[in-house]
Design a binder for this molecule. Structure first.
Ligand code: AMP
Length: 197
């Protein structure tokens, strides 16, 4: 059973169309802080990323940002007093460091950046490169269409049941955290992750 200490959250650099998205980002940031879990995120103060980080900081949480040098200005880095800020050389370095620093991964609603980030850690899990849990915090059915597509992918034989099952989908932050904490990677993933560590 994972013992979570640091949770990476990927989310939109925009606020999205509904207030419910920011409310969920705020609730998740606060919950992580209340549980004593460190937040690892993209480091900026834009969109849901800023809401999430501000909520975790306001609740006394530890917040670590990881940002490529070139994005610092665009994503409002420096507006927030983060606990730790890592300025890295590239998007690839960003994702690698976020993955290394984190014990679990959550996607809040977001755009293609958010999807790309969660799908990358999911595919690394599928390949057995890590045994860490991941999931979607689905707010107001934002991810319904994506999961309908993944049903299709599964039905068409491109996505295995055991790989689909690696990603939890919940609408309540506490339920999602409980599922991530209880995650047991498939035995094969545990073996590959151990042998490649
Ligand atoms: P979005 O969900 O598109 O609003 O983007 C959310 C976050 O993902 C922002 O911090 C973007 O800088 C980041 N992002 C976008 N594309 C990538 C990428 N290829 N690799 C890493 N981060 C990315």
């Amino acid at each position: 059973m994972p013992s979570l200490k640091h949770v990476c959250v990927f989310c939109g650099s925009s606020m999205g169309a509904k207030p419910a998205y920011a409310q969920a980002a705020e609730a998740l940031g606060r919950l992580l802080a209340q549980r004593g879990l460190g937040l690892v995120y993209g480091g900026g103060d834009v969109g849901l990323m800023g809401v999430l980080a501000r909520a975790a900081l306001a609740a006394g949480g530890e917040v670590t940002g990881v940002i490529p040098e070139a994005l610092q200005k665009m994503e409002g880095v420096g507006h927030l007093e983060l606990t730790n800020l890592h300025v890295v050389g590239s998007m690839h370095d960003r994702k690698a460091l976020m993955a290394e620093l984190s014990d679990a991964f959550i996607a809040l609603p977001g755009g293609i950046g958010t999807l790309e980030e969660l799908f990358e850690v999911w595919t690394w899990g599928q390949l057995g490169l890590h045994p860490k849990p991941l999931g979607f915090l689905d707010v107001d059915g934002y991810y319904d269409h994506l999961h309908a597509f993944l049903d299709h992918s599964q039905a068409q034989g491109f996505l295995r049941d055991r790989h689909r099952a690696m990603a939890a989908v919940e609408s309540d932050p506490a339920t999602l955290l409980a599922r991530l904490d209880a995650y047991q990677p498939p035995a094969i993933v545990q073996i590959i992750a151990r042998d490649t560590a």
